[in-house]
Design a protein. Structure first.
Length: 90
């Protein structure tokens, strides 16, 4: 019985760590997005576009792209913590 209790405690600790790391990952991704946005803003400001000029530039770029289209990926990592990976524990 003591071994089973220890295993259950380890499972709880591992799930808590997984949750902690998921939250940390989401925070880091938010920080990354914020930094990317700040870089974009700084770049736009160095171009000294008026709001109208920027709008026209972006609209013309959307119609005639000069660079390959960016690949959109899902960065929302929600791991299923309800299933145990029994292969790693054996």
């Amino acid at each position: 019985m003591a071994k089973l209790d220890r295993i259950e405690q380890d499972i709880k600790k591992t799930r808590a760590k997984i949750t902690e790391y998921q939250n940390k990952l989401k925070e880091l991704e938010a920080q990354k997005t914020e930094q990317e946005n700040l870089q974009i803003i700084q770049l736009v400001r160095t171009m000294r576009f008026s709001p109208q000029d920027l709008t026209e530039f972006l609209q013309s770029a959307a119609v005639t792209p000069t660079a390959p289209a960016a690949t959109v990926t899902n960065t929302d990592y929600d791991y299923d913590t309800t299933q145990e990976d029994s292969e790693d524990e054996e």
